[in-house]
Design a protein around this ligand. Sequence first.
Ligand code: DAH
Length: 357
Amino acid sequence: MDGIADLRDRYLNEIGGAADEATLENVRLAALGKKGEVSLLMRSLGKMSPEERKTAGPALNALKNTLNDAITEAKDRLAAAALDARLATEWADVTLGARPSRQGSVHPISQVTEEVTTIFADLGFSVAEGPQIETDFYNFDALNISPEHPARQEMDTFYMARAEGSNAAPNVLRTHTSPVQIRHLEAHGTPCRVIAPGRVYRSDYDQTHTPMFHQIEGLAIDRDINMANLKWVLEEFFSAFFGTSVKTRFRSSYFPFTEPSAEVDIQCEWVDGQVRVGQGDDWLEVLGSGMVHPKVLKAAGVDPNEWQGFAFGMGIDRIAMLKYGIPDLRAFFDSDLRWLRHYGFGALDVPTLRGGV
Ligand code: DAH
């Protein structure tokens, strides 16, 4: 059967020349598919005489096997070549650095609040909290600020809207963290040592004032706490916070909720327009403080004949500006990414505190 030899040579040629798997599949269908040339020949075996079939049968079977083997081999070859081609083009350079991902930063207010809290925790103070929308009673009355007291006007209070027809004193956005003193004493009684960091609000806006800012309140009540304890605690605090020994100066002052009252300055020096805390003989005012007024203790349900103690209130934003050399308070709240990247802290930054408090 010369025809079979021709068929074999032709198809082996085509199989060998197929440049890709699709062409190879077409060759396979043309030869061995249902209507392929070899398949049709095999079907014609039935019409042959037994004599003819004897030689044609094995020859066709052999042809079929030869072509099948050649196709399988060609398939493997083409698949390997295709893989080589992909490997050659689709390579990855595993030595490249990772793509930089945008990282957030810790806002200086958060960082400083954390630092202050850590230092006072070492001094035995825990953290108390109160609401930012406060009642007239807690923000003013309980702190011995009567309705006609000038402090109410001085604080440029934001008042909340009242329910229609209500004659009650409107709630306020708390103007200071001092109301937390009352709330804490009411809830937990005496003795106490707490600080209360948080947001406060006053209608004021310039380089050193924003309508929202942050304070930290301190309160220590026991049977025999005095001003000397206050001075020691504050000096320990400032020295730890600024990382250098810091002197304080107490100036006699007036607050309705303390008696006696003192404004506290920290030692500093101005060098080329920059302030350096803890050296020189200038002073910078940083907080208000005093011995808690007996009327305030009474308002919080504490007997002033048995208990006494100190309180202080300090601007967090202000001490953050001092420690980290930030010139404008308003920038704290502008959400300018360049500012945040410059002054922000990494999540794992360890605060620069002086140890050993
Ligand atoms: N609440 C005062 C203010 O916002 C600060 C203050 C002064 C707080 C004296 C105190 C204090 O606890 O004893 O201006």
